[in-house]
Design a protein around this ligand. Structure first.
Ligand code: X2N
Ligand code: HEM
Length: 521
C-alpha cells in the first residue's frame, strides 16, 4: 500500500460527514436570509422606488407574483402607490401601474430601455437567430413593417373563407367535436385542446399558406408542440435548464426553421408567389433601408416568431370568449341574431365585410381582451438611469421596468363593475370608445395613456391586432352558427391561471355543445 491510499488520506484529512455539510449550508442560507432582511430594513435608498419585502434572496417575490400577478400588484399598490420594485428570481423589476405607468414604460426612449435585453434569452432559442429580439431594435421595426404589409384588407378577404373551411374540417375530424361522424348532435369539448389546434390550423393556413398548413397534418404539429414547451416562464428564468423540454426545443427550432427555408427555396424556384401570406411578403420586400437583405434563415425564423406569438395569445382569447359566451345564454342568442341580421336568414358564406358589421361580436372580443389580456406583464431592461416623472425616484441601469396594461382594464376607476363580462359596455362613438354608455367615466382616446391597451403601445405595439380580430371573429361566428353550448352543470367561468406564458383559464375548460341544425331536425 502506498502512502497516498484512500485509507491513509482519510486519516490525515478529516472529510466532513454529511451532517456537517448540511449544517454549513444551513448556516449559509440563514446568514443570507438575515443579511437580505437587514439590508431591506437598514439600507432603503430614498432615491429608489420602495422594494417589496421578501424573505429569501434571489427568489424574492416570485411565488406571490407568479401565482396571481394582479393580486400582487393590487396589494403592493395599496402599500406603496403606483411605483415599486420587487425581486423576481434575481431580477429587480420596477412596476409602474396605471395609464401613466404604461405610458412611462411603453413610450420610454429607445436609448433608456430595451425589450430585446428583457426577452431575447427566452425568445431566441425558440424563434432562432437574427430576428425579433435577436437583432437591434431598428431591424425589428422593419421586420414588423414587412410582416404588417401582408396584413391588408385584401388579404383578410381571402382569410375569412379559408378560416371557415378550416373550422368545418376541424369539427368533422376532431374527437372534441364530431370525431368523423358528421351526424353527431352533441358532445363535450375540452377547449384547451380544441382551441390551440384550431388556432394553429387557421393561422398557418392564412399567414403561411397551404403548404405550411399541410405540414401540420404531419410532423409539424409535434415540432411546434416541442417549441411551445420551451416557451414558458421556466425558460424565461432558466433559458438553458438541462431538461428534455430544452433539448427538444433546440432540435425542433432547427427542423422547423429548415422546413421554412426549404419552402422559401421552392417558391423562388417555381416563381409561384400567388398566396397572400407573410412568407411571400418577406420574399418580395425583405430588404432593409440600408440595403441589407434578410437571409432565408432570418425569414424562416421570423415565421416561427409570428406563428408562436399569434398562437398563444389568440388561442387563449378564443378559449376565454367561448367560456364567457357559454356562461351567458342571452349573449349567445344575441350573437346568433346579430349574425342572421347581418348575413341573412339562410346564413350564406361569411365574408370579411360581414364581420365588420357585427358590433356585438367585436365587442365580445374586446370585452374578452379587457378581462383576460393574454400578456399580463411586459418588460424592458433599463439601459440608463431612469427618473420617474413627477417623483424623485430613479430606476438604476440594470433593473427592469414592468408594465401591466391589464391593471387599468380591471380597475373600477375606468370600467364600471370591471369583473362583470358585459360586451354591451362597448358603445362605439365615432373614433372614440365610450367605456360605459350609462356612466360617463373615462373616455378612451388613442393616446398611450388609454386605460385599454391589450395590444400594447409605442414602438413595440402589436402588429397582429387586425389579424387577431379576423381570426377570432371568424372562429367565434362559426361556433355560434354551428352550436349552442353551456358550461358543465354548476360551473362558472374558470379562474385565471398565470403560470404559463399567457393568462389561461384554469381547468376544467370543457363545454357541453349541441348542434343547431341537427337539433332542429
Ligand atoms: C416557481 C407560481 O410561475 O409559484 F411571442 F414575433 C413573437 C412576456 C416574455 C412575458 C416573458 C415568471 C410568470 C415567473 C410566473 C413575436 C403575440 C412576441 C405578442 C414565479 C413558482 C413576446 C416571463 C411572463 C416571466 C411572466 C413578450 C408575445 N403578440 N405574442 N414563480 O415576452 O410579444 C412574440 C412578440 C414575454 C414574460 C413569469 C413566474 C413578437 C411562477 C409558482 C411558480 N413573462 N413570467 N406576443 N413564476 N412561479 C411576444 C412580446 C414578448
Ligand atoms: C406585440 C398583444 C396577436 C405579433 C404585442 C404586444 C402586445 C401584444 C401586448 C406588445 C409587447 C410588448 O410591448 O412587450 C397581442 C394580443 C394578441 C396578439 C392580445 C391577440 C389577441 C398577435 C398576432 C401576431 C402578433 C396574431 C402576428 C400576426 C406581434 C408582434 C409584436 C407584438 C410582431 C411586436 C413585438 C415588439 O415590437 O417587440 N402583441 N398580440 N401578435 N405582437 Fe401581438
Amino acid at each position: 500500500m502506498g502512502i497516498l491510499s484512500g485509507d491513509s488520506l482519510a486519516g490525515l484529512v478529516q472529510i466532513p460527514s454529511w451532517h456537517v455539510v448540511l449544517a454549513g449550508l444551513t448556516a449559509f442560507v440563514v446568514v443570507a436570509i438575515v443579511v437580505n432582511v437587514l439590508a431591506q430594513i437598514l439600507f432603503r435608498d430614498p432615491n429608489q422606488p420602495p422594494v417589496v419585502f421578501h424573505w429569501i434572496p434571489v427568489l424574492g417575490s416570485a411565488v406571490s407574483y407568479g401565482m396571481d400577478p394582479y393580486k400582487f400588484f393590487e396589494d403592493n399598490r395599496k402599500k406603496f402607490g403606483d411605483v415599486f420594485t420587487f425581486v423576481l428570481l434575481g431580477r429587480k423589476m420596477t412596476v409602474a401601474l396605471g395609464p401613466k405607468g404604461n405610458d412611462f414604460i411603453l413610450n420610454a426612449k429607445l436609448s433608456d430601455v430595451s425589450a430585446e435585453d428583457a426577452y431575447h434569452h427566452l425568445t431566441t432559442p425558440v424563434f432562432g437567430k437574427g430576428v425579433v429580439y435577436d437583432c437591434p431594435n431598428h431591424r425589428l421595426m422593419e421586420q414588423k413593417k414587412f410582416a404588417k404589409s401582408a396584413l391588408t384588407v385584401q388579404a383578410f378577404r381571402t382569410y375569412v373563407p379559408a378560416i371557415v373551411e378550416e373550422a368545418r374540417k376541424y369539427w368533422l375530424k376532431s374527437p372534441q367535436f364530431f370525431g368523423g361522424d358528421s351526424n353527431r348532435a352533441s358532445g363535450n369539448a375540452h377547449l384547451l385542446t380544441a382551441m390551440p389546434e384550431l388556432t394553429i390550423f387557421t393561422a398557418s393556413r392564412t399567414l403561411q399558406g397551404k403548404q405550411i398548413r399541410a405540414k401540420f397534418d404531419e410532423s409539424f404539429a409535434d415540432l411546434y408542440h416541442d417549441l411551445d414547451r420551451g416557451f414558458t416562464p421556466l425558460h424565461f428564468v432558466f433559458p438553458n435548464i438541462p431538461i428534455p423540454a430544452t433539448f427538444r426545443r433546440d432540435a425542433a427550432q432547427k427542423k422547423v426553421s429548415d422546413t421554412y427555408m426549404e419552402l422559401i427555396r421552392e417558391r423562388r424556384q417555381s416563381g409561384d408567389f400567388s398566396e397572400m401570406d407573410i412568407i411571400n411578403t418577406f420574399l418580395k420586400e425583405a430588404i432593409y433601408k440600408d440595403g441589407v437583405r434578410m437571409t432565408d434563415r432570418e425569414i424562416a425564423n421570423m415565421q416561427i416568431g409570428i406563428l408562436m406569438g399569434g398562437q398563444h395569445t389568440s388561442a387563449a382569447t378564443s378559449t376565454w370568449a367561448l367560456l364567457h359566451i357559454g356562461a351567458d345564454p342571452k349573449l349567445q342568442e344575441a350573437l346568433y341574431r346579430e349574425q342572421i341580421e347581418v348575413c341573412g336568414e339562410d346564413l350564406p358564406e361569411l365574408t370579411y365585410e360581414n364581420l365588420q358589421s357585427m358590433p356585438l361580436l367585436n365587442a365580445t372580443i374586446r370585452e374578452t381582451l379587457r378581462m383576460h389580456m393574454p400578456l399580463h406583464s411586459l418588460m424592458r431592461k433599463v439601459r440608463n438611469n431612469l427618473t420617474i416623472e413627477g417623483t424623485h425616484y430613479v430606476v438604476p441601469k440594470g433593473n427592469y421596468v414592468m408594465a401591466a396594461p391589464g391593471v387599468p382594464m380591471i380597475d373600477s376607476n375606468y370600467f364600471t363593475d370591471p369583473m362583470t363580462f358585459r360586451p354591451s359596455r362597448w358603445d362605439e362613438v365615432k373614433n372614440e370608445i365610450k367605456v360605459d354608455a350609462n356612466a360617463d367615466k373615462a373616455t378612451i382616446s388613442k393616446g398611450a395613456s388609454s386605460p385599454y391597451l391589450p395590444f400594447g403601445a409605442g414602438r413595440h405595439r402589436c402588429i397582429g391586432e387586425q389579424f387577431a380580430f379576423v381570426q377570432l371573429g371568424t372562429i367565434l361566428t362559426m361556433f355560434i352558427r354551428e352550436f349552442t353550448w353551456t358550461l358543465p352543470e354548476g360551473r362558472g367561468v374558470p379562474k385565471p391561471d398565470y403560470t404559463s406564458m399567457v393568462t389561461l383559464p384554469s381547468e376544467p375548460t370543457n363545454i357541453i355543445w349541441t348542434r343547431r341544425q341537427i337539433a332542429k331536425k
